[in-house]
Design a protein around this ligand. Structure first.
Ligand SMILES: Cc1cc2nc3c(=O)[nH]c(=O)nc-3n(C[C@H](O)[C@H](O)[C@H](O)COP(=O)(O)O)c2cc1C
Length: 188
């Protein structure tokens, strides 16, 4: 059984390294995870004024995320935090009373061109996600920071760094084990 995973792409860039990372994972783990990227580019800026009458783009974004077994966040770092567009999209997920990602198994990957590989962004993201209106069940103990991503990926978007590939394999296997344990715990 493959696990359906909606991968929230935290970048709005058409040449996003984090999108390429997700596409790489989609291909590499196709026999285990059914990964579909979800884009935040068209999600309108959140306002209380439109909270109860969200646009079609917002509704589609939320429905896409909700319609999954699990969620993957692919996170760039902007100014030591997550990009504003990602924070905006997450703000939408927290509203409307439908608790879009609450108790959904989730994990985080992130890459940046700096050496720290989005570590500060991911620390903020974990804090944000701990809000009770969000609260996915995050894979503990597996933190994926891919620094200098431009040196570890080729033109075709394939990871060329063996250490990075082995680490991703390990984390994906850990997530799958965690997913099954979590699901058992929820159903008994
Ligand atoms: C506005 C802006 C701020 C950035 N701030 C950081 C930063 O604080 N730390 C870092 O490692 N990289 C930073 N970067 C570089 C990004 O991590 C890098 O461009 C990364 O590839 C973006 O992800 P993406 O390719 O998926 O869009 C910044 C880039 C931009 C455009």
């Amino acid at each position: 059984m493959t696990i359906s995973v909606k991968a929230i792409i935290g970048s709005t860039s058409s040449t996003s390294n984090n999108l390429k990372l997700v596409e790489y994972m989609k291909n590499r783990y196709a026999d285990k995870l059914d990964i579909t990227p979800v884009f935040i580019n068209d999600v309108e800026t959140f306002s209380i004024d439109i909270e109860n009458d969200p646009t079609a783009n917002v509704n589609k974004f939320k429905a896409d995320v909700k319609d999954s077994d699990a969620v993957l966040f692919a996170v760039p770092e902007y100014n030591y935090s997550i990009p504003g567009a990602l924070k905006n999209a997450i703000d939408w997920l927290s509203r409307g009373g439908d608790l879009t990602i609450k108790d959904k198994p989730a994990f985080i990957v992130g890459s940046s061109m700096g050496v720290l590989g989005s570590v500060r962004a991911q620390m903020h993201l974990r804090d944000i996600l701990s809000n009770p209106a969000l609260s996915p069940i995050l894979l503990p103990g597996n933190e994926v920071y891919i620094g200098s991503i431009h040196e570890k990926m080729n033109e075709a978007g394939e990871i060329t760094d063996h250490g990075t590939i082995e680490f991703l394999d390990l984390v994906v296997n850990n997530f799958i084990e965690f997913y099954h344990k979590t699901n058992t715990a929820i159903t008994i």
